[in-house]
Design a protein around this ligand. Structure first.
Ligand code: NDP
Length: 339
């Protein structure tokens, strides 16, 4: 028998998740049935979408039930196998959530080759966030040479990939991030053409200076005042892939102020804008193979760089998750669960 330590959802958070919204339990796992594997979690991915799973508001996915283990993508080692597909010692990508061990169907895992890339990149640049950037930018944003592409949360795994892929396609990449250290990294580490600090008092002036020819593609990751400021700089026929609205994920009420929808719709009409929301899954059948091939090559050649923020210990997941929604993370946030 193997015991798994799990972090479960104890209550639905109101606003920012509190420690009391989680509980840690230890569960005896059942023995393996045919086709199953016992997995030891090495890395757990923390992603903004998890805030949605904590809530029972209508969404594109079912919420985690109260008392259920928090969900999430993991990189795991196979420690026992009753499947010909996986051998003991294999390292796999799985979706086993906030826990130290899990029993999974071998078919629900993907084997990772540590020779090709560090295994935890399957949670970031070569995983779901990198894919989100690739598919959303190329399919909806369609950046053309010489155009200006703007993205916020730009040092994160989605934003940093958006900017770098935009540059590979010949566009000018402008990144928005919080604070001086992050904006410096945008230029020096990720090769953006310009960087804007959304926490600076002169944010809008910085944005105007960084986008002298307006904005052709705004890859929307954050919403809020940052999104509103970029929308005011959109050019005729601009495209706006709506990927995420992280500024609002902890919101408990509609923001105060005038209703800005009529102004926004007027702009959509006058400028012939394309505004298209998406959840990355929809592009998996059509784009995932090309993503693994192209992004794999760009990362191997150093044309796409990535940054990881690795926090030790499953017990620190709730606190690290709070930081993800407020910008304390610097790069792809990963919990190192076991050595
Ligand atoms: P990040 O690692 O970039 O983390 C989120 C970042 O958002 C923070 O680090 C912070 O960066 C920024 N942020 C938080 N609050 C605000 C605010 N009020 N205004 C501006 N920026 C803010 O996350 P990911 O790269 O994993 O995800 C980026 C976005 O993509 C999220 O909205 C996420 O939900 C979305 N997403 C959507 C998917 C889809 O299928 N549609 C799939 C995957 C992700 P800073 O300090 O720079 O402000």
């Amino acid at each position: 028998m193997t015991a798994s330590t799990q972090i479960r959802l104890a209550a639905r958070p109101v606003g920012e998740p509190q420690d009391s919204d989680f509980e840690t339990t230890t569960e005896e796992l059942p023995g393996l049935a045919d086709g199953q594997v016992l997995l030891r979690t090495l890395y757990l991915s923390l992603d903004p979408y998890m805030r949605g799973r904590m809530s029972d508001a209508k969404s594109y996915a079912e919420p985690v039930p109260i008392g259920g283990a928090m969900v999430g993508a993991t990189v795991c080692e196979v420690v026992e196998s009753r499947s010909e597909r996986r051998a003991v010692g294999d390292v796999v990508l799985a979706y086993t959530g906030w826990q130290t061990y899990a029993v999974a169907d071998a078919r629900a895992t993907r084997r990772l080759d540590p020779e090709v890339a560090p295994v935890q990149t399957a949670l970031g640049v070569l995983g779901m966030p990198g894919f989100t950037a690739y598919a959303g930018l190329l399919e909806i944003g369609r950046p053309q040479p010489g155009e200006t592409v703007v993205v916020a949360a730009a040092t994160g795994p989605v934003g940093s990939a958006v900017g770098q892929i935009a540059r590979i396609k010949g566009a000018r990449a402008v990144g928005i991030a919080g604070g001086e250290e992050k904006t410096r990294a945008l230029i020096e580490d990720f090769g953006f053409d310009a960087a804007v600090d959304h926490r600076a008092p002169d944010f809008e002036e910085q944005l105007a200076a960084a986008t002298p020819d307006g904005v052709d593609v705004y890859f929307e990751n954050v919403g809020g005042p940052v999104g509103a400021a970029v929308v005011r700089r959109l050019n005729k026929l601009a495209r706006m892939p709506v990927c995420g609205l992280v500024a609002d994920y902890n919101a408990t009420e509609v923001p105060a102020g005038p209703d800005r929808l009529p102004g926004f719709m007027g702009r959509v009409l006058r400028l012939s804008l394309t505004v298209r929301g998406f959840i990355q899954d929809e592009f998996v059948p059509t784009h995932h193979e090309a993503f693994l091939r192209e992004m794999g090559a760009w990362v191997a050649e150093g044309r796409v760089r990535y940054r990881e923020d690795v926090v030790d210990g499953l017990e620190n997941a709730p606190e690290a998750f709070r930081g993800l929604l407020t910008g304390r993370n610097f790069g792809k946030l990963i919990i190192k669960v076991a050595p």
